[in-house]
Write a protein that binds this ligand. Sequence first.
Ligand SMILES: Nc1nc2c(ncn2[C@@H]2O[C@H](COP(=O)(O)OP(=O)(O)OP(=O)(O)O)[C@@H](O)[C@H]2O)c(=O)[nH]1
Ligand SMILES: [Zn+2]
Length: 317
Amino acid sequence: MKGIVYKSTGSWYTVKSDGGDFYNCRIKGKFRIKGIKSTNPVAVGDAVNFDVETIGDDTIGIINKIEERKNYIIRKSVNLSKQTHIIAANLDQVFLLVTLNNPPTHTIFIDRFLVTAKAYQIPAILVFNKIDTYSEEERDEVKYLAAMYREIGYTCVGISAVTGKNVDTIKEWMVGKTSMFSGHSGVGKSTLINAIDPNLNLKTAQISQQHLQGQHTTTFAEMYDMDFGARIIDTPGIKGFGIVDMEKEEIGDYFPELFKLKQDCKFNNCIHIDEPKCAVKDALEEGKIAWSRYQSYLQMVKGEDENYRVDIHEEKK
Ligand SMILES: Nc1nc2c(ncn2[C@@H]2O[C@H](COP(=O)(O)OP(=O)(O)OP(=O)(O)O)[C@@H](O)[C@H]2O)c(=O)[nH]1
Ligand SMILES: [Zn+2]
């Protein structure tokens, strides 16, 4: 049978068959996909083949094949000598919730997230939440940011998870897809998910996961079906989006506007910092690239502190 992994607890996997039934599955043998060495061979979102076995009164599934992943997100364990854990696989899109304040989301955080999503090959959508609380100036700031990110190809929307403004738009984008929601603590992820599907109570799930966390060191992602034909992957305890190891020269390729200009730089290995005849720096001077984006790029290339604050008010607009 074929199915999709909805939950994993380390040794057991909950798999939903194409027919819509859930099976408790185990793994037979060792799996290794394209040379990824991970602590978990099968992750939430994986498409698998399994055989059903009946032992006494119990019916269990034995996973015997994993389909190639179209993408996956990982986390490196800090204590376990950098072992890789696959958090989830086969995501169709990820929504990054952003708020200007309460809590503030800095552009460096947004840009790091977008770079990582691109490196993971997962389309990212920017959701500016809590627009019901913004002053006129703050609304202008959101408009500026949304226009800037749209221009480089990202889908953006302003919403209020509390008043319901534009929540239907998010729902429409989710239909038929597997999505994930990310963003700083307090940006409104749970509130939005509740507004989208009140039947899904992820808070409860999170509490039980935290309880589990006391015993195990890993938090496990879980996938849920929503009643309007969408799937959501919840990753309790995982706030960010992992950082992909990448070479200095590679980082610019994940900034769409820099990638486009790269071919016009004099040197084909230009990293757009000190090189002469750099198309990126020219575009920056001409105001064709946002300063905040270039600053984020510089910080990533220089490997500066992730929490470095970007003063967005000094940008050229
Ligand atoms: N005014 C307003 N408040 C909101 C909105 N969305 C969320 N909030 C409030 O912001 C606070 C945090 O929301 P949560 O949904 O708990 O945030 P979260 O992203 O799930 O936070 P973590 O669980 O810590 O990751 C709550 O008090 C919400 O009521 C919004 O659109 N407008
Ligand atoms: Zn250059």
